[in-house]
Design a protein. Structure first.
Length: 80
């Protein structure tokens, strides 16, 4: 079994156009594990993460940004 992983410094996901680019890349690459750094999002919820990933079957963890610094999302497919 091989895993496809993507790690990306997105430099902010507040812009809807940037979110769309991110979503398209994630769909194109079909990664099993994704790490997005520097999201600059002060709070995240499952609807934001699922809108980027495009699948309801995932497990994720996030660290919120503080002011305009940082932010991290780690996403992976749930194992069956």
């Amino acid at each position: 079994m091989s895993l496809r992983m993507l790690s990306w410094n997105v430099r902010g996901l507040n812009n809807p156009q940037k979110r769309e680019v991110c979503k398209n890349l994630l769909r194109e690459r079909k990664c099993d594990i994704v790490c997005l750094q520097e999201t600059k999002l002060s709070s995240l919820n499952s609807s934001i993460v699922r809108s980027l990933w495009g699948s309801p079957f995932l497990d994720w963890v996030a660290l919120d940004a503080i002011n305009t610094t940082g932010g991290f999302i780690g996403v992976g497919q749930e194992s069956s």
